[in-house]
Design a binder for this molecule. Structure first.
Ligand code: CA
Length: 152
């Protein structure tokens, strides 16, 4: 297993590669908003584990192993973003997926995927859920924030 940080590197490298094999190190640093020395350290770790090849001043090249895991990490992120949208949460789907993806087990994510495909397969269920959600929201039902406002 990779650390959450290394998973995010591989996920982003795969996304940036856009189906081709190679990615510029500066693009990785810019997309993840990290400094080059940190990127270099992460790339060296991923190279040691055979997910990619990395040589200074050259483009990063994903190995078949790196592509396979990179594809999975992107797919996992996409499923969790879709989950947040199906739920009808007002939060930022991308941020929520980032928060969940490293901590939920694969069986739970697969179960979530089943729920999403079920909702798309039976739009009447998705509609009923959306109506129910709106009714509860209008009635003011549901979990309330237990934190006091900061200024109190
Ligand atoms: Ca991620």
């Amino acid at each position: 297993m990779l650390s959450p940080s290394l998973e995010d590197y591989l996920e982003e490298i795969y996304r940036l590669s856009g189906g081709s094999d190679s990615v510029r190190v500066t693009d990785v640093a810019a997309t993840l908003n990290v400094k080059l020395p940190s990127v270099t350290r992460a790339l060296q770790k991923l190279a040691r584990k055979n997910y990619l090849t990395y040589h200074p001043y050259r483009e990063v090249v994903l190995t078949p192993k790196g592509k396979k895991l990179g594809r999975f990490l992107n797919e996992r992120n996409r499923v969790l973003q879709e989950f947040v949208r199906v739920l009808g949460s007002e939060s930022d789907a991308a941020k929520e997926a980032e928060a969940m993806e490293h901590y939920l087990s694969l069986p739970t994510i697969r179960a979530i995927e089943n729920l999403i495909t079920f909702m798309h397969h039976y739009p009447e269920c998705l509609n009923a859920f959306q109506e129910y959600r709106e009714q509860r929201s209008k009635a003011g039902d549901g979990l309330r924030d237990g934190y006091a406002p900061e200024h109190e």
